[in-house]
Write a protein that binds this ligand. Structure first.
Ligand code: PMV
Length: 329
């Protein structure tokens, strides 16, 4: 018998380079953030009760057989059951997440990933990342409309990735695990403003339809930065990342996806000697990243955290992008 209750989790994510342009086929780089997580617990319920989904933080409870088709949690559960060809179990799945919602850290994809994993494991199956990612991509379409697929990919694979979307779907995307040459430390500061990605992506689309040549040129420049960022990360040239982050942010400002609160945090990061800074994710709110100078990283990190909080950040978390195990050994 499988151990009960079944537990599964999924990390949040940051986009280091290339958000928005990635929707238009340019490369992007993302990394998981394990300091914020979505967790799912699944346990058996009385026979005939069906599957009940409980979003504990949102105080929401829904029975799978009556939940609307566009309910993302119900969609994740239905797609998982269809994928593994299993009937609906009598069980309760409780979902919790420490990833702020609509803040650029991939909370929707993380919650779906944890649920897909938890449900599959409850049924005695361990799905490979590619299958989890493909299911979550379908759910992301409900959240985002036209997701690039980067969120479900980096969260399901749980490693830094270089990603190029394919219009045929997430399973055709170019996904390359990123070799990280040297560790680097980032602070992730939350503006406290939730900003649904779907709306920002739609605004960018309207801009692109209005001025295709200008937007295509901006996407090209962002794509070139993502390529340069990939090289710098692989070679372990951490100092080269800062200016690339700054340039990427300026291009996001030109796309119209920054905000005064984000820009205030960016300015504070730069005055407190961050090596570079940019918004991360959909923008207009949500989170920004600041690269901490390596020498004396602890003191530098503390100074930066203080500066970000003084400039209005409601939360600051620290994450370290590390070389993969193969490189460390
Ligand atoms: O806001 P998030 O965490 O969902 O990130 C969105 C990234 C975008 O490039 C803006 C959209 C996408 O689908 O890639």
């Amino acid at each position: 018998m499988k151990p009960e209750p079944t537990q599964a989790s999924a990390p949040g994510k940051i986009i280091l380079f290339g958000e928005h342009a990635v929707v238009y086929g340019r490369p992007a780089i993302a990394a998981p953030v394990t300091q914020a997580k979505a967790k799912v617990t699944v346990k058996s319920a009385r026979p005939g009760s069906g599957l009940v989904l409980v979003a504990a933080d949102l105080e929401m409870r829904a029975a799978l057989d009556t939940a609307p088709v566009d309910d993302p949690l119900a969609a994740a559960a239905r797609l998982t059951l269809a994928h593994v060809d299993a009937p609906c179990p009598d069980a309760v799945a409780v979902i919790r997440s420490t990833i702020p919602i609509a803040s650029g850290l991939g909370s929707g994809a993380a919650v779906s990933t944890a649920l897909v994993r938890g449900l599959a494991e409850f049924l005695g199956l361990k799905l490979p990342p590619a299958e989890v990612s493909a299911i979550v991509f379908e759910v992301e379409k409900i959240h985002h409309g036209t997701p690039s697929g980067i969120d479900n990919t980096v969260i399901a694979y749980e490693q830094p990735v270089y990603f190029v979307r394919d219009p045929r779907g997430s399973e055709h995307a170019r996904i390359e695990p990123l070799r990280v040459g040297a560790r680097f430390k980032l602070l992730i500061a939350d503006t406290g403003v939730s900003s649904p990605t779907r709306l920002v992506v739609e605004d960018v689309r309207r801009g692109w339809q209005r001025e295709p040549a200008r937007y295509e040129a901006l996407f090209d420049q962002i794509g070139a930065i993502a390529e340069a960022g990939r090289g710098a990360i692989e070679r372990g040239e951490v100092e080269a990342l800062g200016p690339l982050m700054d340039e990427n942010h300026e291009l996001l400002v030109e796309l119209g996806v920054s905000s005064s609160r984000l820009n205030r945090l960016l300015a504070a990061a730069r005055s407190a000697k961050a090596l570079g800074a940019k918004l991360s994710g959909g923008g207009r709110g949500g989170n920004m990243l600041a690269l901490v100078e390596e020498a004396g990283a602890d003191a530098a990190g503390e100074r930066l955290t203080e500066a970000l909080k003084n400039a209005g950040a409601v939360n600051v978390i620290e994450t370290i992008v590390t070389p993969s195990t193969a490189e460390r050994d």
